[in-house]
Design a protein around this ligand. Sequence first.
Ligand code: FAD
Length: 375
Amino acid sequence: MKRIIIVGSGFGGLAAARALREKVAKETEIALISPRPEFLYYPGLIWIPTGLRSPADLRIPLESFFRKHRIRHIPETVTGIEDQGRTVVTDKGRHANDALLIATGAATLRKLPGIEHSRSVCQGIEDALAIREKIESMESGTIALGFAGNPQEPSAVRGGPVFELLFGLDTWLRKTGRRGKIALTFFSPSPEPGNRLGPKAVRNLLAEMARRNIPTHLGSKLKSFSPEGVTTETDQFPADLIVFTPGLRGADWVASTSLPQSPGGFIKTGKTCQVEGWAGTFVAGDCGAYPGPDWMPKQGHSADLQAETAADNIAAFLEGRQGTREFRVELVCVVDSLDSGTLVYRTPTRNFLIRNPLLHNAKSFFERRYLARFR
Ligand SMILES: Cc1cc2nc3c(=O)[nH]c(=O)nc-3n(C[C@H](O)[C@H](O)[C@H](O)COP(=O)(O)OP(=O)(O)OC[C@H]3O[C@@H](n4cnc5c(N)ncnc54)[C@H](O)[C@@H]3O)c2cc1C
């Protein structure tokens, strides 16, 4: 009996699990290793600070999904990979496999002096709740929101959720009559924040900030955070709450393996999602460094596309064939603002955006439909 191991129960791991169950022989064992049998739906975190979502809405237990798709869940944490991928080492033991898919997501750079004075809406439920509590306790003051990239790896940046929280907070504070007393400000070391979404999107985002009376501090390297505010190389501005998403980097456990790695610590992977030079070992989602244009996104949609590609090529590998399917490079996101939304679409040949108030509801509808498959 053949055995496939998937590592990670996020977007990439779960999309691969579903696809593999349909593609491989019935008797093939599929085991998934992750610390807990649950899926955290990150895109919904932006709605926790304004009370539109609660933690229970976004933490989806996976027991019934695993039962339905005959996936064996192993509640462990991977610490290493040996034998060119054929042995997975965890905090509790070792697991042999005939094919492996790695989808353990990305870590963040947390080296900026004073970073402990900031919260990140991308960090998880605890930080999102802390942002909510702090804003609820504020009678007046300034909230500074920003993000940075990874100088070693241009694609390792997550700005979308920061724009969404910024615009969402503006809408919510206005609705609740508090915007007059609570100022919002946006900062980024990039002079063109959001440039991976395309040049039109950058113009659109900056114009939206101006329209909402949100001052910006752009193009200056960040130096430090303190309880008083933000210091950059050329500027200093006050903040009672700093909401900051640092650049992304590869996970620590990857660094300790002989897996080929990019400068930012991501696993070097080909267009077929196979790890470079490692037959039978594949990657999907944020943990990979893939060939493609420099704007290629690290997003749930890409993780899904990569997972389906990897699943096809794993099925071929187990049949003794070389899989040749390549993943599609496509950026699709809705930048939500609670009262509206902007759909951004980008491929190597097309790039457009559409703004429409219905897109807020569309994002919510998509979430419900996406999560239904795991309930
Ligand atoms: C606030 C926010 C909003 C977002 N909005 C959108 C959006 O609107 N649209 C979109 O497409 N994308 C969005 N994204 C990006 C998207 O969430 C990520 O790109 C996506 O989660 C990546 O999926 P993944 O499977 O690679 O990793 P993850 O979803 O991070 O999953 C990683 C999995 O691996 C497990 N794991 C980690 N380390 C180990 C280990 N050592 N051993 C075993 N298991 C391990 C984790 O527990 C987890 O189950 C958003 C992200 C954030 C933070």
